[in-house]
Design a protein around this ligand. Structure first.
Ligand code: GTP
Ligand code: MG
Length: 136
């Protein structure tokens, strides 16, 4: 079994989609082992998005992630890292496939930041690193 870090971004929380997103995770058979609604801190976001520092969307992304509360979750299951990214869909909500969280519910396709509802870790190493940032 594997674990991943899921964030419901401020657009998802503000639009009242927390339940719908968690429902999809549970319906798939994954187990939510930690769950917390938080205001992110600049330090947490700098650590979380370190790989994107210097890219044009970095500062707008950090500002967006500070714009309201987020929901952080640790989710467990077989192949959950790949599996949750498959549930989430492509990064850009305007091209994410129907049936995915971003494809069904995402509305934004901004140039500077993509309000794409969720984050999911992309590898075992990043999952462990990110879980340490949000649940320590
Ligand atoms: P996460 O699950 O949030 O990590 O999404 P991802 O893995 O699909 O994307 P990535 O890690 O490459 O980028 C992190 C976040 O930065 C994305 O979810 C978007 O919100 C934003 N982002 C990434 N690439 C772009 C881009 O080319 N343009 C814009 N505007 N935003 C981007
Ligand atoms: Mg990513």
């Amino acid at each position: 079994t594997e674990r991943t870090l899921v964030l419901i971004k401020p657009d998802g929380v503000e639009r009242g989609l927390t339940g719908e997103i968690l429902r999809r995770i549970e319906a798939k058979g994954y187990i939510i082992t930690e769950l917390a609604k938080r205001q992110a801190s600049p330090d947490q976001l700098a650590a979380h998005y370190a790989e994107h520092e210097g890219k044009p969307f970095y500062q707008p992304l950090v500002d967006f992630m500070l714009s309201g509360p987020i929901v952080a979750a640790v989710v467990e299951g077989d192949e959950v890292i790949k599996g949750f990214r498959s549930l989430a869909g492509a990064t850009d909500p305007s091209t994410a496939a129907p049936g995915t969280i971003r494809g069904d519910l995402g509305r934004d396709w901004g140039e500077k930041v993509q309000k794409n509802l969720v984050h999911g870790s992309d590898s075992v190493d990043s999952a462990e690193r990110e879980i340490g940032i949000w649940f320590s």
